[in-house]
Write a new protein. Structure first.
Length: 109
């Protein structure tokens, strides 16, 4: 999809709250974090960690007055390309309905 920008990391557990906020500041209208299914993390518990971080970040977004639906985590196997396409398409449609992010263009370090 032309409106999807993929940032690869070694493990979804490496996605820090800072990365998520930076994505919004740099113009992202939504952030989808995709990672391995629970129990399939090659690095131990990265998928557990990212689920906790995303839940915490959704609370922070809500506190800031930003719809937490702009942030989503999906855990799936690397072999589930069809599922990834479906999830990415659904998320893109949800974000289009929400419109531009209120953080778009925000200044930050």
């Amino acid at each position: 999809m032309p409106n999807l920008y993929i940032v690869r990391v070694m493990c979804s557990g490496r996605v820090s709250p800072h990365f998520i906020i930076k994505a919004f500041q740099r113009g992202a209208d939504g952030v989808l974090v995709a990672g391995c299914e629970i129990g399939d993390c090659h690095y131990g518990k990265g998928n557990y960690l990212v689920k906790k971080r995303v839940a915490m970040m959704k609370d922070l977004l809500r506190f800031l007055g930003i719809n937490p639906k702009r942030l989503r985590v999906e855990l799936m196997a690397a072999s589930e390309a069809d599922r990834f396409v479906k999830v990415a398409t659904e998320f893109t449609e949800e974000i289009k309905e929400l419109g531009p992010s209120p953080l778009r263009g925000a200044q930050g370090a």
